[in-house]
Design a protein around this ligand. Structure first.
Ligand code: FAD
Ligand code: SF4
Length: 508
């Protein structure tokens, strides 16, 4: 290996990459981060440019995906990945990014924590993960929604919208039809109090169009802190395209540059990391198993709130929920309830069984009483595989659902209907199962603790390639239905703490 450029090279500046960088630089290790994106952002654009797009992208037809994926910012992020990554979908929408900060530019910021049962098959202790959860939570800033009219007074809270507060109140006074049904205030990575460089949430509800005040966590914010360290260097516009082993590792980038280090840390997102490793893994005809979460969206009406005006709040998740659908530990769904008042009208108008004009009039009358529930299944309910195409033709993700999923989904909808009724909610027509990939909850391609060519160690080191570590969702051995990013960040933090303790060149 030529003279190393750093002790560790991290590929990717999303939530996983920055979470791996902090422990390494704190231990005095030299870290070089390569990212395909650059510092171009949306914070400084006018509101109309963020909402409509500089080329009026938002006026394009609704493509049926989540409202969050239809904003100009989201379309820009997804399109660049589609154009340049070499990954396409077949029955699968490859939601991934090639921009600074990755998908944290557009994420919903809802937080879940896994428990000992969720990680029973993983080669790590829950205590270690919990310590990392604590460190990451402190760093990114977490708040819980609460009904302020009911006298909540903790520091890290934001007000629940009036319709969500009404539904939570109904839940608290009437016993669930199914004993496993839980409804609770959502926990989000949104600041309720200002921090240096980030303002507290202003409750204006513009969240879908990029949060100009920085109240929603975005890993770009962490890069500013990392760049203050003399041990950290970030290089923009460096799209990694090759990895070569030569007594250490050399990364080649699309502009013809190359960089070397004893150890490489891949944090390019599950699809980005798979694309980078395509030539190093024996991916055969069956493909590489990818776990994703089948996702259901259900529009709901709260008749008790009809014609009442919405109250000031953010437009990310208001409430969280969970419900068991089977006996096994993993057989539960997780979800969120959003207030619709501040979401883009066309996403709902297009799904209503009315003409556009009538749909818009109806929407404006009832918006304050509308909610949307999104429900996530665990990853074993999908059948998605990443396939290599003939030489030079890239990769295709083929998406699908597990056998019997339809029946289970019908049964779950029936059981949820009983809970909606108890909560005084009426499910509206237009419930939809998203195309696999739209969920953007990906894991399991290179599981920690698995034997064989696709397995990795508890440190995310590839069994086949010592010195190559993976810290994004690829290494999570299974995908529960809970929101995944906090666990990706905590696991990256945990792995980096272990790597920070290793000798300078042990991979050589
Ligand atoms: C609309 C939406 C809503 C979401 N809501 C939630 C939510 O509420 N809660 C939750 O937990 N999760 C949510 N997610 C998922 C969350 O965004 C991802 O889990 C998280 O961003 C993954 O972090 P990551 O760092 O692994 O990957 P990414 O965020 O994808 O970052 C990958 C990084 O790698 C870089 N990169 C990729 N390939 C290369 C290459 N070849 N060379 C150099 N750099 C490269 C990219 O530029 C990027 O910086 C949501 C996602 C979407 C799209
Ligand atoms: S309402 Fe949304 S966009 Fe506005 S500051 Fe709060 S989180 Fe950011």
């Amino acid at each position: 290996m030529r003279t190393p450029d750093a002790d560790f090279i991290i590929v990717g500046s999303g939530p996983a990459g920055v979470s791996a960088a902090f422990p390494l630089i704190a231990a005095g290790r030299r870290v070089l981060m390569l990212d395909a994106g650059n510092d171009a952002g949306w914070e400084d654009e006018s509101r109309s440019a963020r909402v409509l797009g500089s080329n009026l992208e938002s006026l394009r037809a609704d493509d049926g995906s989540s409202p969050k994926l239809q904003t100009p910012v989201a379309r820009g992020i997804l399109e660049r990945f589609r154009r340049e990554s070499g990954i396409t979908g077949d029955g699968f929408t490859p939601v991934a990014s090639l921009v600074r900060g990755g998908l944290s530019n557009i994420w919903g910021a809802q937080i879940s924590y896994l428990d000992a049962e969720d990680i029973a098959g993983w080669p790590i202790d829950i205590e270690l993960l919990q310590r990392s959860y604590e460190r990451v939570s402190q760093r990114i800033g977490i708040s819980t929604n609460a009904d302020l009219t009911a006298g909540a007074n903790s520091a890290s809270i934001l007000p629940l919208g009036a319709t969500a507060a009404h539904v939570l109140h109904r839940h608290e006074i009437a016993k669930p039809a199914d004993g496993s049904f839980r409804l609770f205030p959502a926990v989000n990575a949104i600041l309720s109090e200002a921090r240096p460089g980030r303002a507290a949430c202003d409750l204006r509800g513009d969240c879908l169009y990029g949060c100009p005040s920085g109240a929603i966590y975005n890993s770009r914010q962490d890069l500013l802190a990392l760049q203050k360290s003399p041990h950290f260097r970030l290089l923009d516009n460096m799209r990694a395209i090759s990895l070569t082993s030569n007594a250490g590792w050399t990364i080649g980038t699309a502009d013809g540059s190359s960089f070397s280090a004893p150890r490489i840390i891949l944090a390019a997102g599950v699809l980005g990391t798979a694309a980078l490793l395509a030539d190093l893994l024996p991916i055969g005809g069956e493909g590489l198993r990818l776990l994703n979460s089948p996702t259901l969206a259900i529009p709901l009406l709260s008749p008790a709130r009809l014609l009442r005006s919405a109250t000031a709040t953010h437009s990310l998740a208001q409430l969280g929920l969970s419900l068991r659908y089977g006996e096994r530990a993993s057989e539960y769904v997780t979800g969120a309830i959003y207030e619709v008042g501040s979401l883009p009208a066309q996403s709902f108008v297009n799904r209503m069984p009315l003409g556009r004009k009538a749909g818009r009039a109806a929407f404006e009358t009832i918006a304050g009483s509308l909610l949307v529930a999104t429900i996530y299944y665990p990853g074993d309910q999908c059948r998605s595989y990443i396939h290599r195409e003939a030489a030079g033709k890239g990769m295709t993700v083929r998406g699908g659902f597990a056998d019997g999923f339809d029946t289970r989904a019908k049964d779950l909808k029936r059981r949820l209907r009983r809970e909606w009724k108890r909560l005084g909610l009426v499910p509206l027509p237009g419930a939809s199962l998203a195309e696999p990939g739209i969920d953007a909850h990906f894991a399991g391609t290179l599981p920690m603790g698995a034997a064989g060519p696709f397995g990795t160690s508890a440190d995310g080191e590839l069994n086949l390639h010592p010195g190559l570590h993976v810290v994004d969702g690829s290494v999570l051995p299974d995908l529960s239905s809970k929101y995944i990013t906090m666990t990706i960040m905590a696991n990256a933090d945990r792995i980096a703490h272990r790597l920070a303790q290793t000798e300078a060149n042990p991979a050589l």
